[in-house]
Design a protein around this ligand. Sequence first.
Ligand code: GTP
Ligand code: MG
Length: 352
Amino acid sequence: MKVALIGLPQSGKTTMFRALTGAGGHREKGALNLGVVKVPDARVDRLSDIFQPKKKVYAVIEVVEANAPHASEKKAGQSTLDAAFLNLVKPMDAFLLVARAFDEEGLCEPAVDVDAILGEFVLADLMVLEARLERDTMDRKKGKPGMPNDEREALEKCQALLNDGKRLADDAELCANPLLRNYSFLTGKPVIVVANVAEADAAADRVAVLSRYGLPVAGQPTFACCAQVEAEIQELPEDERPEFMEAMGITEPALNVVIREVYQALGLMSFLTSGEDECRAWTIRKGTPAPQAAGTVHSDIEKGFIRAEVIAYDEFIALGSEAAAKKAGKYRLEGRDYVVQDGDIIHFRFNI
Ligand SMILES: Nc1nc2c(ncn2[C@@H]2O[C@H](COP(=O)(O)OP(=O)(O)OP(=O)(O)O)[C@@H](O)[C@H]2O)c(=O)[nH]1
Ligand SMILES: [Mg+2]
């Protein structure tokens, strides 16, 4: 999963990046902040205690800081999103939109900023879509075959939706249309809004502080945190974090909220693999059949998929060991149609 951190200049994107990737967040050379968020998972820890594997691997979410639209350069009716931004965010699965809510003078208007960026996305999608439709019209006039009719129809539906000020994501069916996949429309990707509040609000009720700023807007999932304090938390050694958080009055790090919101927005879940080599969590979308789930581990396992040996995490823990679970006959053999469940511990059988 890939998430782009976006927001207006000086909204706190880099600070939020640190709050997500912590001291271990690796940064690529050059201008881009590119890092990996480890998804904490107590099940991986517990399985590792039991199996004592060589490696313990958590699921990850990749994050990249993308330059935001610069409102000051905006021309009326024209999107300020440049090609570099569009290329960068194309392969992203979701956006984390950081909005500045920490101005001492009370000058910041995060709701206006969020609205402006969402509006930019609508405009950018419309520009792509209208250019494509226009080209198709020209082709047809010249007697060329043009794009398939159903693709044109889908694009026209999008156009109507966007002209109505709506997002592609508002129409789940249209959004899932495979004919539109290659367009990677911005408004088809979930947006999670982070109101970056002042230190004084760091421990405030996450919901109450939002309403003070007129958030959420446009029904987007939104939460408040103080990126500065959250970055400090994640940059501390793990064993020192609880004490610091308690002193700051923070019950749950923003990192956890982000992970939960991303999983929720994208309909994600994790399954597990365990053994002497490694214990590991893998991220898939809910409703994924076993062979495709196997494909996240390795494409060969998907190709040569025979069966999945499955036990639910809770059942495994109740029995305490692999031998006990086997003896109790708790490993199920599942076929190609089996839909993988959150927390399934799976051993894939395959041949290549
Ligand atoms: N008081 C306070 N300051 C913050 C907070 N988050 C960020 N800042 C400050 O705001 C400034 C901008 O923060 P960055 O994280 O660099 O923001 P950015 O969006 O990455 O900025 P650009 O990449 O330049 O667009 C810095 O001086 C930060 O120290 C916060 O939660 N509280
Ligand atoms: Mg920055």
